[in-house]
Ligand binder design. Structure first.
Ligand SMILES: Nc1ncnc2c1ncn2[C@@H]1O[C@H](COP(=O)(O)OP(=O)(O)O)[C@@H](O)[C@H]1O
Ligand SMILES: [Mg+2]
Length: 313
């Protein structure tokens, strides 16, 4: 679905659930080729110098305070409390349907908050201060706050009607007010970083899943977020394309100071990328700790059951 308003571009191109983006899911003819000829380091950031294209600046932390989210009678988040420190990398794990995507979508303002507070740095996302009183945020406040957050989705969600370069420049030009020339220059820097300089004129359907996801990562970074959300970003990829995208993200994590909140079932990737892992189930955090502890010696039975199920699958 092409973006129809600034809000959609603003929030990463999706107003609908990611799974509704049939265009992005359609396998392309190039998918198989790309897999065959591609090294596992496809798209990894060059080791030497951190890319100048990576966004910089102070990264805020995140705090959920007694957050409640319901869909009808389904209470998905139950007074959920957790924090991510500035610059920290946190991975959320937990059963399917437990609300992990909802947490990220609330941070992207793609879902509305029912109760509680969500903090980005020292400001609330869904509320603002008016004469010393906390009131619901207006559009301007939401717009300013969500500029700090970028998200990469499971199903890529690129704008199917735009070529790769425009996928990267549309948001910066229309939402951030960056000049076209500057947006193009920055987009080219990012495409170089993700190893797709030669694809700037291609349309998403002409790219493999791995290439589309690398464009989606570059597109998220083009908005110069300070917080990056990753939602099972390799789950829709053919197995041989997974490593290249993970390597790219690992390098971005190493070379940037972004605050990152990541949902993944890939335990090795989670171990590499995370400072801390949160096990989430039934609307609340079950346990949290460094990856070695959560994956090696989880203390909760629910975590052990979940990890066993993931490893068996
Ligand atoms: N837009 C929606 N409308 C109704 N129910 C939804 C919507 N989005 C998510 N849900 C429900 O909320 C729960 C959590 O979903 P989700 O956050 O996608 O879980 P996860 O990412 O952990 O698999 C599920 O029961 C799902 O069906
Ligand atoms: Mg999900």
């Amino acid at each position: 679905m092409p973006p129809t308003n600034t809000d959609e571009i603003d929030s990463g191109g999706v107003a609908d659930r990611p799974s509704s983006d049939a265009a992005a899911q359609a396998p392309s003819a190039q998918e198989a080729d790309a897999g065959a000829g591609v090294s596992t380091r496809e798209g990894a950031v060059a080791e030497a110098e951190p890319s100048a294209a990576l966004p910089r600046g102070e990264a805020p932390g995140i705090r959920f305070e007694k957050v409640v989210k319901r869909f009808g009678s389904n209470v998905v988040l139950r007074e959920l409390d957790f924090t991510v420190a500035p610059g920290e990398r946190v991975t959320l794990i937990g059963p399917s349907g437990s609300g992990k995507t909802t947490i990220l979508r609330l941070l992207m303002t793609l879902e509305t908050l029912d109760e509680g507070l969500i903090w980005i740095g020292d400001e609330t996302l869904w509320h603002m201060d008016r004469g010393g009183k906390r009131v619901p945020a207006n559009q301007k406040h939401l717009h300013e706050m969500r500029k700090q957050v970028g998200m990469v989705f499971q199903q890529f969600n690129l704008f199917p009607n735009m070529n790769v370069l425009r996928n990267l420049t549309e948001g910066p030009v229309r939402v951030l007010g960056v000049s076209k020339d500057e947006a193009v220059e920055r987009a080219r820097g990012l495409l170089d970083m993700v190893g797709l300089s030669d694809k700037e004129s291609a349309h998403p359907t002409q790219l493999s899943g791995g290439q589309q996801q690398r464009v989606a990562i570059a597109r998220a970074l083009a908005m110069q977020p300070r917080v990056l959300l990753l939602d099972e970003v390799t789950s829709a990829l053919d197995p041989e394309l997974v490593v290249g995208v993970q390597d790219l993200l690992r390098d971005i994590a190493r070379q940037s100071d972004l605050t990152m909140l990541c949902v993944t079932h890939e335990m090795a990737f989670a171990k590499d990328i995370s400072d801390r892992v949160l096990m989430f189930d039934q609307g609340q955090i079950v346990e949290e700790g460094p990856p070695d502890q959560i994956f090696g010696e989880p203390s909760e039975q629910r975590t052990r059951d979940f990890l066993q199920a993931v490893l068996a699958s």
